[in-house]
Structures are given as structure tokens and as C-alpha cells.
Design a protein around this ligand. Structure first.
Ligand SMILES: Cc1cc2nc3c(=O)[nH]c(=O)nc-3n(C[C@H](O)[C@H](O)[C@H](O)COP(=O)(O)OP(=O)(O)OC[C@H]3O[C@@H](n4cnc5c(N)ncnc54)[C@H](O)[C@@H]3O)c2cc1C
Length: 396
């Protein structure tokens, strides 16, 4: 048995690695390495460098502006991006709503929205969750009343990532109350500049501002901004969630972090502490190898079947739990000097003038806290277990 990549894929890897070493903006890599939160400008600088190369919308078909890569090329690209310490793309436009628009949108919608996503000039937010509707998303109550050629919107969306930077938001709204709650939901594209929309920041445990509550009061949106048919939004939403859950593995980023922890191990003086940390690191490395094999196996299956399918739920659980354990292990190397950071509410940004140790501790804590959310967003891990029980194991 041969485990590895074909020669043409290895050649592709060299090409991608050379791009990140020579053409990708070094300033963005520095921002991430310093532990600072990337700005909208940083995201645009990164995405426009990828766009110039034709490597931004890697999941899109060639006829819509994608590079036409196979799944293995996409996997190699993701690996090299993380290996280089580059910035992951903001998924809302490129991974979520873009495919919905080119699959279900009208020609006008495609012409209006796809170019801005492809050249990273227009940022999107995802307005699905509501204060009373998260896992049970189909229970959403956000009200959209049809008034001739427009909808009148009233309601609240919550946990809306990057809404403070968004030019547009795609929302699930309720256009009618049906006996079956999945019916009567409609998928709308909404300009964030429309009067009546307000963005309220939510600061998370890692000190970052990424989440928001977005309120809509008497917001008027043209019917022409609707995707597909009224009341069929659940179908488009499910299509989108399939795309969302396949993008969680981040094997190379985890490998990089475990390698850093191996380097820290050499500096641990106490033999007993070193032995225990080494054993824990070995366990995490084995789990990462298992995750990588699972991803590759799923890719091999998907190359023939066309999508990563329900295995995406297995990968989501394994990858997010592993990230939580790896980021927790990084704190074990700090020991008692790091304790004040646990109590500090603003750990994401290292204080100005921080020395190398403080910067490193701040980054480790930010990553640790950030990882807690991974088992919540994109469908909680409990919900993923339910999907595996029903769809993979066939239990009802
Ligand atoms: C960092 C972050 C970013 C996010 N970004 C966005 C975004 O951009 N746009 C957006 O729309 N949403 C976003 N979300 C929201 C996210 O999708 C929801 O938080 C998630 O779907 C869970 O919903 P909830 O928070 O209402 O929890 P609930 O659904 O209330 O769940 C609470 C607990 O009950 C468990 N539970 C619920 N139902 C079941 C069940 N049937 N079986 C077993 N256990 C169950 C859950 O697993 C969880 O542990 C984000 C969340 C986070 C943390």
C-alpha cells in the first residue's frame, strides 16, 4: 500500500509553496504571527493577492471563476496556506453565499454579487441564528411581510460574525407560518446600508470583537433580493450548511502548533514535567495523524462520489475536539506565570510593548479561548452526533 500524493500533486504543492513564500503579502503573515486581530484591510489584502492569482474561490467551478482544482489540490492548497502562516479566507461570501447565488440565483443576482466576492471588495455576513433559534434553526421567527414588490423585515439576528465589516448580509426570514416549521422560510440578500439595520457588538471571552447582534426595524427589502422561491429557503440553507461543515479540519495549522510545542518541550527543565508533557504531545500527534487519514479517506471517497457527504460531521467533531485539546496543552507549558492571563478579560491583543514571552502567552490564551467556540458554531458537536446517528449509522 502506498500512502502519499501523486507526482503531479507534489508539483502543485511546490507551486503553491513558492507563491506563499514570494508573492503573498508578508505584512499579513506578520500580523498573524504578532497575535494581533486581523483588520478588514488585512483580510482584503490577503484575499486580493489570492484573487490576482486566481486562487481565491477555490471551491467554485471554473465557469464561475474558480481555478478548476480537484479535491486533493484544494486540500494541498489549504495545507500550504496554513503552513505559511497566511490568513484563511472569510467564509461568508466565498464558501457560503457565493455557491448559493451561482447555484440558485437569477442572472441579475449573479452579475450583481459574484464579482464583488471574487475580488474581495464586498464583505458578507450570515444571518441565520436568532436569540431563541440556534440548533433548532427551523424554529426561527424573524418576520418578513410581503408588501407588493418588497418585504418589510422586523426581528433580531445574533452571533453574526463580522457583521461590523459586512456590506451585505444573507438572512433566513419567516414569510409564513406553516404546520411544518421548515416551510415558510425564505432566503434574502440584504444591503447592510438599508435604513433600520443596527449592529451591536458582542465581545467574546478571548477579548475579540467578531460577533454581533443585528437588529432590523421596519427594514424594506426588494422581492428581487430573494433567492429562489418564497418559502423554500430551508432547501438553500441546507445546501449552504453542507459547504460550511467540510471546512474545519485545518490539519496543517494544528501540525504547526504541535511542532511549536515540541520546540517548547526542549526548554522544560524539570524531567518529570518534561516526560508528562512529551507523553501528552505524542498522544495529540497520533490523534492528528488519525484526523489527517480520515480527511484523506473522505477526500478519496468524495473524488469519486462528488462531495464529502455525511463524513463531514465526523471530521467536524474530531477536528474541533482536537483543536481544543491542542490549545489547552499549549497552556500547560506556561505554568504558574501564566495564571494572571486566565483572569484577564482582554487576552487577544498582547499589550503594547509586550516582550516575546508575554506575546506568546497572549496568543496561546487567545487560541485556547477561541477554540472553545469551535464545537458550537457550524452546528454544535451534539447536533453532529445526532447527524451521524441518523445518516451514517442509520439509527432513528
Ligand atoms: C464563534 C461563533 C460564531 C458564530 N457565527 C455565526 C454567524 O456568523 N451566523 C449565524 O447565524 N450564527 C452564528 N453562530 C451561531 C451558531 O450557529 C449557534 O451558536 C449554534 O447553532 C448553536 O445555537 P445556540 O447558541 O442557540 O445553542 P442552542 O441551540 O440553544 O444549544 C444549547 C446546547 O444544547 C445542545 N442541544 C441543542 N439541541 C440539541 C439536540 N437536539 N440534541 C442534543 N443536544 C442539543 C447544544 O449542543 C448546546 O450544547 C456563531 C456561534 C459562535 C459561537
Amino acid at each position: 500500500m502506498r500512502i502519499g500524493f501523486e507526482p503531479h500533486h507534489e508539483a502543485f504543492r511546490r507551486e503553491v509553496r513558492a507563491f506563499f513564500a514570494t508573492e503573498y503579502p508578508a505584512r499579513v503573515v506578520e500580523v498573524l504571527a504578532s497575535g494581533r486581530q486581523p483588520t478588514k484591510q488585512d483580510h482584503q489584502t490577503s484575499e486580493q493577492a489570492l484573487s490576482k492569482k486566481g486562487w481565491l474561490a477555490v471551491n467554485w467551478p471554473r465557469e464561475c471563476g474558480g481555478p478548476g482544482w480537484d479535491l486533493t489540490q484544494k486540500y494541498i492548497f489549504d495545507e500550504e496556506l496554513e503552513r505559511a502562516g497566511a490568513l484563511n479566507v472569510v467564509p461568508m461570501g466565498l464558501i457560503y453565499v457565493g455557491p448559493v447565488i451561482y447555484t440558485f440565483g437569477t442572472e441579475e443576482q449573479k452579475a450583481r454579487h459574484l464579482p464583488g466576492i471574487l475580488n474581495s471588495t464586498v464583505f458578507w455576513a450570515q444571518g441565520y441564528s436568532e436569540p431563541e433559534s440556534g440548533s433548532d434553526l427551523a424554529s426561527l421567527q424573524f418576520k418578513a411581510e410581503r408588501q407588493g414588490d418588497t418585504y418589510l423585515l422586523n426581528g433580531t439576528k445574533i452571533w453574526t460574525s463580522q457583521a461590523q465589516h459586512a456590506d451585505w448580509i444573507f438572512c433566513l426570514v419567516r414569510t409564513s407560518k406553516e404546520a411544518k416549521k421548515q416551510l415558510g422560510i425564505t432566503f434574502l440578500l440584504i444591503d447592510m446600508k438599508t435604513p433600520g439595520i443596527e449592529v451591536h457588538p458582542i465581545i467574546t471571552i478571548d477579548g475579540k470583537h467578531s460577533l454581533n447582534r443585528v437588529t432590523f426595524q421596519d427594514v424594506v427589502v426588494p422581492v428581487a433580493n430573494r433567492i429562489g422561491e418564497e418559502g423554500k429557503g430551508w432547501t438553500y440553507a441546507n445546501f449552504l450548511l453542507g459547504h460550511e461543515r467540510t471546512s474545519y479540519a485545518h490539519v496543517a495549522g494544528k501540525r504547526r502548533y504541535l511542532q511549536a510545542q515540541r520546540d517548547w518541550l526542549a526548554q522544560v527543565e524539570d524531567p518529570a514535567a518534561r516526560a508528562s508533557l512529551a507523553a501528552r504531545l505524542a498522544e495529540l500527534e497520533v490523534r492528528l495523524d488519525c484526523l489527517e487519514m480520515t480527511v484523506l479517506r473522505s477526500l478519496a471517497g468524495a473524488e469519486s462520489e462528488g462531495s464529502a457527504g455525511d463524513q463531514a460531521s465526523i471530521i467536524k467533531i474530531a477536528a474541533t475536539e482536537l483543536e481544543q485539546d491542542i490549545s489547552e496543552n499549549a497552556l500547560a507549558f506556561i505554568g504558574t506565570p501564566g495564571v494572571p492571563w486566565h483572569a484577564h478579560s482582554s487576552v487577544a491583543q498582547p499589550p503594547a510593548g509586550s516582550n516575546e514571552a508575554l506575546t506568546s502567552w497572549a496568543k496561546r490564551h487567545a487560541r485556547y479561548y477561541g477554540a472553545r467556540a469551535e464545537s458550537i458554531y457550524g452546528g454544535t458537536n451534539e447536533i453532529q452526533h445526532n447527524i451521524i446517528a441518523k445518516k451514517v449509522l442509520g439509527l432513528s
